[in-house]
Write a protein that binds this ligand. Sequence first.
Ligand SMILES: [Zn+2]
Length: 82
Amino acid sequence: MSQQQRKVPLLFKEKPEKVAIATGNNAAWLCHCGRALPLLGKAGQLKGPSENTKVTCEECSASYFVEPDGGDYKRTLVVRKL
Ligand SMILES: [Zn+2]
């Protein structure tokens, strides 16, 4: 079976949510700054982001965190802008 492509929420603090795409514990999404290439990350820990698990856009320095579903490093639940 091919790798399932799941749509998951891309959450912002003060803007309407968008959609990220996930497969397993990986996720890809477009930064709000308009960077042409997607950002790509994998799910971190339940306790939240750390320096090692957050994803930072090279263009605008915005940081994001891929939240795991029910356990550390589990499959992607949502992507959240920090
Ligand atoms: Zn950006």
